[in-house]
Design a protein around this ligand. Sequence first.
Ligand SMILES: NC(=O)C1=CN([C@@H]2O[C@H](COP(=O)(O)OP(=O)(O)OC[C@H]3O[C@@H](n4cnc5c(N)ncnc54)[C@H](OP(=O)(O)O)[C@@H]3O)[C@@H](O)[C@H]2O)C=CC1
Ligand SMILES: O=C(CO)COP(=O)(O)O
Length: 339
Amino acid sequence: MTKIAVIGAGSWGSALALVLADNGHEVRLHARREDQVDEMNQCHTNESYLPGVVFPASIRAYTKMKEVLQGVSVVLIAVPTKAMRETMRALLPSLAEDAMVIHASKGIEPVTHKRVSEIIAEEDKQMKKIAHIAVLSGPSHAEEVALRQPTTVTVASENIEAAQFAQNLFMNKQFRVYTNPDLIGVEMGGALKNIIALVCGITNGLGLGDNTKAAIMTRGLAEMSRLGVHMGANPLTFSGLSGLGDLIVTCTSVHSRNWRAGRMIGEGLSMDEVLAQMGMVVEGVRTTKAAYELAQEKGVEMPLTEALNSVLFEGVTPQEATEQLMARMRTHEVETLFE
Ligand SMILES: NC(=O)C1=CN([C@@H]2O[C@H](COP(=O)(O)OP(=O)(O)OC[C@H]3O[C@@H](n4cnc5c(N)ncnc54)[C@H](OP(=O)(O)O)[C@@H]3O)[C@@H](O)[C@H]2O)C=CC1
Ligand SMILES: O=C(CO)COP(=O)(O)O
C-alpha cells in the first residue's frame, strides 16, 4: 500500500483517485474549495464533476497542500495544463525529497511550447525535490473509468523502472496499464489529439458526416506524428494508446469536452459562449495556439491545426476553413516515400 496525493479533484483526478483507492492505496485528494472537500469527506460524492458516482470512504479530501502532502512520496497531478505552474509552485514547498510526480494532463503551454513534464521539471529546478516524472495517458474518459469499465492507458517515463512503479500502482482488473519510455511521444499524442477532436466536433456541428470524420482523424494522426517526430518522439508511439487510441475515443465520444466544444462552434456559437457553457476544461483550445506556434517555428506542416487556429483566433468561419483545406495544393499521402 502506498500513500498517494492526488492534486485536482475534477473529473480526471477524482476518477483516478477511485482507481488508486480500489487498489488499496491510501489516497489523499486535494480540492480548492471547502464545499467540495466537505462533500467528498461527508457524502463521498463529487456531483459537479462525476455525478452519480459514490467514492470509497477511504479517500480523504483536503484544501491545504501541506496537509494533503504529509508523509507522501508519490503525487498524481490532474489539473488543466494552464494551472500546472501555479499548482507546482503551491505544492513544491511541502513536497518530500525524492518524490515521484505522475501527471495525467493533456496539453502544451502557449508561448513556451513546453510539454507538461517539462513544466514540472522547470518549476522544480531550484528545489530539486523530484526524483522521477511520469505521464499517464491514453483513451480514458473519466465517466467510464468511474464506472469501472475496461480501460487501457500508457505510463511513460524516461526511467523505465519509474514507469513500471506507476504501472503497478494503477493496474487492476478494469484498468490495464502499459509502459512506454517515449515520454515525448506520449505527451505529444495526448495533447495534440484534442485539436483533432475539436475539428471533428466542428464538422459534426456543420452537419458533415462520416467520410469527413475519417479524413480528419487519419490526416490528423499524420500531422500529430509529424510534429511529434520532429520534437523527438518515436513514430510508433502515435499508433499506440496515447496516439491513435486516444484520438479515436476523443473524436468519437459524446463524453469528450473537446469534441462537444467543437460541435457547438460548428453549430455557430462563439468560443466564449462555448467555454462558458462547458464548465470543464477544454484543453484543445490553448493547445491549438501552442501547436500552431510550434509548427510555424519548426517549419512543420499542420494543416488542420492551422485551420482550427484560424477559426478559433482569427475570425475565419468553419465553412471557409473547410473550403480552404479541401483546396490545398495536391500532395502525396505517405510523405516519407517521396522525400
Ligand atoms: N476528464 C477526463 O476524462 C480526462 C481528462 N484528462 C486531462 O486531465 C486534466 C484535468 O482535466 P479534468 O479533470 O477533466 O478537468 P475538470 O475541468 O473536470 O477539472 C479541473 C480540476 O482542476 C482544478 N483547477 C482548475 N483550475 C485550477 C487552477 N488554476 N489551479 C488549481 N486547480 C485548478 C479544478 O478545480 P475547481 O473545481 O476548484 O475549479 C478541478 O478540480 C486535463 O489536462 C485533461 O485533458 C485526461 C484524461 C481523461
Ligand atoms: O482525454 C480524454 C479521454 O482520453 C478526455 O478528453 P476530453 O478532454 O475531450 O473530454
